[in-house]
Design a protein around this ligand. Structure first.
Ligand code: PLP
Length: 354
């Protein structure tokens, strides 16, 4: 692929987001709705772009974590139903109301015309654990939804998931209303168990084509939407004993070529990837050599002298016959794909393509 060299670009394939949503929709019963979770700037993909692509792919709801995120979507003309899932101060509630967003409530202190009562069935985070109080709260006319959130949906074989599901079913039955929207599933639960779908599923990671189980997204028929590229800014010959980067954490053991690539932890390419990940250049895998600095990394090209200044460097994505998934980078870091995508800073240009 020809390309103009650019220091750090996240290319977002909006068609992939659209297709991922369409595939998720096709797993749902006819009347079950898909809510696309676009918090944290659409998991680093650009919230407004991601929202529009998700809606084109069949999502009918959007969810964010904060009132400011809801306000931002409205400012950009997004008019669909919108749920703010996070905790809200009184000021946040006013912002959310002005944005005509639904809010999650687990105490009577949340005031709004469209509330979703959240029972904490085992996540142990937001929501009330008080079953009876939640049932009482849910009788209000302003309540339009009932929800919970799973703690271990991404850990097949655990037993908490089934217990949470059962507890939530009891809650829905005790409330006894058929005019409310019932929802529980995140991406993992959506893929794992149709019994968790209810009236709506709230999918984040899967709509971006990342695997909630940390595996290959293709296994769940998902396409990664994000690729991350930079370029070769310099190629230099190194002799045995010479080092690259701060602290001399890599030294040449034999004559080799080193490429300097202008992307670093200031872009979200984490310092813990020092001597600990591969990139693709000229269609081949090469390891990082030396400390990740704020603005640059160095790559050991070995004897691959075909590499020249200006060549594209793929940090996440495909090149030639190989690919690097966000899941691979996450494994190297001992974290999850969510964090790899969210870590990309605003300095990385987002290029939205179809
Ligand atoms: C309450 C709630 N529902 C749904 C989601 C979407 O989760 P996922 O990205 O795993 O699909 C999140 C995200 O963490 C969440 O906090």
């Amino acid at each position: 692929m020809t390309h103009a060299p650019e220091r750090a670009v996240a290319r977002i394939d909006l068609g992939a987001i659209e297709r991922n949503c369409a595939r998720l929709r096709s797993r749902l019963k006819g009347r079950t709705e898909l809510c696309a979770v676009v918090k944290a700037d659409g998991y680093g993909h650009g919230a407004v772009w991601a929202a529009r692509a998700a809606l084109a792919g069949g999502a009918t709801w959007l969810a964010v974590a904060t009132a400011a995120e809801a306000e931002d979507l409205r400012r950009h003309g997004v008019s669909e139903r919108l749920l703010v899932m996070g905790a809200l101060t009184r000021e946040d509630q006013r912002t959310a109301r002005e944005a005509r967003a639904d809010m999650v409530a687990w105490t009577p202190e949340v005031k709004g015309e469209r509330l979703h009562v959240k029972l904490d069935t085992g996540m142990g985070r937001l929501g009330t654990k008080d079953f009876d109080a939640a049932v009482r709260l849910a009788q209000s006319d302003s309540v339009v939804g009932l929800m919970t959130h799973f703690a271990t949906a991404d850990e097949p074989g655990d037993d908490l998931f089934a217990r949470q599901l059962e507890r939530f079913r009891e809650f829905v039955a005790a409330v006894g209303r058929d005019d409310v929207l019932v929802h529980a599933a995140n991406s993992a639960a959506t893929l794992r168990d149709p019994a968790a779908h209810f009236d709506m599923v709230r999918c984040g990671i899967a709509i971006y084509g990342m695997d909630p189980f940390g595996d290959d997204p293709a296994r769940s028929d998902l396409e990664p939407a994000l690729s991350l590229t930079s370029y070769v800014a310099a190629v230099k010959r190194f002799q045995p004993g010479e080092s690259a980067g701060y602290g001399r954490r890599w030294r040449a053991s034999e004559p080799t070529w080193i490429a300097a690539v202008p992307i670093g932890y200031g872009d979200g390419w984490r310092r813990a990837l020092t001597n600990n990940c591969d990139v693709l250049i000229g269609g081949r895998r090469h390891p990082l050599a030396g400390t990740v600095s704020m603005d640059n990394v160095t790559v050991d090209l070995g004897s691959d002298t075909g590499v020249t200044v200006g060549d594209e460097v793929v940090l996440i994505g495909r090149q030639g016959g190989d690919r690097i998934l966000a899941e691979e980078v996450a494994r190297r870091l001992g974290t999850i794909n969510y964090e790899v995508a969210c870590a990309l800073t605003p300095r990385v240009r987002r290029l939205h393509v179809r």
